[in-house]
Write a protein that binds this ligand. Structure first.
Ligand SMILES: *Cc1c(COP(=O)(O)O)cnc(C)c1O
Length: 377
């Protein structure tokens, strides 16, 4: 990851010298700055590497696939979607079948496919910000107009304002992130339903549940019952500790799955990815034990930060937003100078730290105590 931004070049041609689309001119690509620091708590990754028996199982299943890589993979990924459906049914108590599940290379590709199918030129998507910064970037890449509605001062969803924004702008896609990144708040089922009602049958409501396994609350998955315009988006990047795998998925009415199949690339999910994800799903119970450890660590770090006198936004994921700082960037730099990289998401007065191993969290908490001394805050 390091060094990619360091390319020294004497190139004479830049993007803007090319006939690139107007809406891409002068823009920069997504990416959290990666620095070579001992403790990296900036991208919400799971700090635990996959357990060795799972690594061996991945090697086995990939080797098996390698014997027929001359053939295209199962383009509908039926075995994988079946196992993902089993995982969802088992962990939420709400039964889904593979016809209700779709998988792609990270939930980012799932979201992009949804925008390709339901957004696009002349259409709009609405989000409640601050939220995941990829939602507007995916909208831009698919030529979907982006609309933003604000949250309350405590970063919770302002439901009356959200309903009003939906009624006024009539977006074609509505993004609700729960728990929200970077703030950490989850959204209540009744609030999702209020937005769903307001959106009506001309819009798709996408609930991005990338962090739901870390939440104190329940998944919003059962809400898809009888609601064909509601989509739940999930990922193996966070709870499964497999950000490098690139595997995201959705659960929705089978008609939504039919719609994304109109825009997906043929054989978009490689045989290697499918085999790796299937191996990881065999180890669900082990991986979910790491999630329990991380939740306990999160609650410990929150309690410590509050004891130091910081204000912590409701923390329902594997990261914590805290403040309040007059100059968050100065505090970010101060913590970085102590060997801990966290994230400045540009939210006024706040910073975000990912929950790491107990040792990493202690290093962060040491730096946070010094912040209190240095900056008061
Ligand atoms: C990390 C994250 C994702 C995950 O994206 P992948 O492409 O699955 O790695 C999705 N949504 C949100 C809000 C996230 O923070």
């Amino acid at each position: 990851m390091e060094g990619s931004a360091e390319q020294v070049s004497d190139r004479v041609t830049n993007i803007d010298d090319l006939p690139v689309r107007d809406e891409l001119r002068g823009k920069s690509p997504y990416g959290a700055p990666q620095l070579d620091v001992a403790v990296r708590l900036n991208t919400n990754e799971n700090p635990y590497p996959l357990p060795e028996p799972l690594v061996q199982r991945i090697a086995e299943r990939v080797a098996e696939e390698a014997r027929h890589l001359n053939r295209y993979p199962d383009r509908d990924a039926v075995e994988l979607r079946t196992e993902l459906a089993n995982y969802l049914s088992r962990t939420t108590g709400y039964q889904v079948t593979y016809e209700q599940v779709w998988a792609a290379n990270g939930s980012n590709e799932v979201l992009q496919q949804l925008l390709q199918a339901f957004g696009g030129p002349g259409r709009t998507a609405l989000g409640f910000e601050p939220s995941y910064s990829m939602h507007p970037l995916l909208a831009r890449g698919t030529n979907t107009g982006w609309l933003s509605a604000p949250r309350r001062a405590d970063f919770s969803l302002d439901v009356p304002a959200a309903v009003e924004a939906i009624r006024t702008h009539k977006p074609h896609v509505v993004f609700i992130t729960s728990p929200n990144n970077p703030t950490g708040n989850a959204v209540a089922a009744e609030d999702v339903l209020a937005l769903y009602e307001a959106a009506g049958r001309d819009a798709i409501v996408v609930v991005d549940e990338a962090y739901t396994e870390f939440s104190h609350g329940e998944s919003l998955l059962p809400l898809i019952e009888g609601r064909p315009n509601l989509v739940i988006s999930r990922t193996m990047s966070k709870a499964f500790g497999a950000a490098g795998l690139r595997l995201g998925y959705l659960a929705a009415d089978p008609a939504v799955v039919d719609a994304v199949q109109l825009v997906r690339l043929p054989y978009h999910l490689s045989a290697v990815n499918q085999a790796t994800a299937l191996a990881a799903l065999e180890y669900t119970d082990t991986l979910l034990q790491y999630v329990e450890q991380l939740k306990a660590e999160r609650d410990r770090v929150v309690a410590e930060l509050e004891a130091y006198g910081f204000e912590v936004t409701v923390a329902d994921a594997n990261f914590i937003q805290f403040g309040v700082f007059e100059d968050p960037h100065a505090v970010w730099q101060f913590i970085l100078d102590r060997g801990v990289l966290i994230r400045d998401n540009g939210v006024p007065g706040r910073l975000r730290v990912t929950v790491g191993t107990p040792e990493e969290n202690d290093a962060f908490l040491d730096a946070a105590r010094e912040v209190k001394k240095e900056f008061g805050a």
